[in-house]
Design a protein around this ligand. Structure first.
Ligand code: MN
Length: 130
């Protein structure tokens, strides 16, 4: 079973880049472009990890994280905030909302996958085939 990541991100370029990088490293990735559809997908699919943009239209990432943390099936699913906010307080806000960690935008293609892999119990390259 490969590691299954859900990305909730409204920016198409970021979704494209993250999807490209993660697929290249053997992850399965699906994406949602807003909070409500991301929450529905998370409930249905129970991903191994959720990448969560904080600046989303309508329901922001903090509200999405709090909603995700009310879904018992996702208790063991790390939520990693992905945000361009550079303010120190925003990192705390993301953690308080239920995120396990924080990755800063712009996405760095050289480090993005390893930054995410830190939040997973096992990296897919450590697992056996099929
Ligand atoms: Mn955004």
């Amino acid at each position: 079973m490969s590691t299954h990541i859900l990305m909730i991100e409204d920016n198409e370029q970021n979704r494209y880049l993250a999807t490209f990088l993660l697929k290249q490293h053997g992850f399965e990735i699906v994406s949602a472009f807003d909070g409500p559809s991301g929450i529905d997908m998370a409930r249905e699919r129970v991903p191994s990890l959720i990448l969560l943009d904080i600046q989303l239209p309508g329901m922001d990432g903090y509200a999405v994280a709090r909603a995700l943390r009310h879904i018992a099936a996702l208790d063991d699913t790390p939520i990693v905030a992905v945000t361009s906010y550079a303010m120190v307080g925003d990192r705390e806000k993301a953690l308080e909302a239920g995120c396990n960690g924080y990755i800063e935008k712009p996405i760095n293609p050289d480090t993005f996958v390893s930054e995410i892999a830190r939040f997973l119990p096992t990296h897919p390259t450590d697992e056996g085939q099929s």
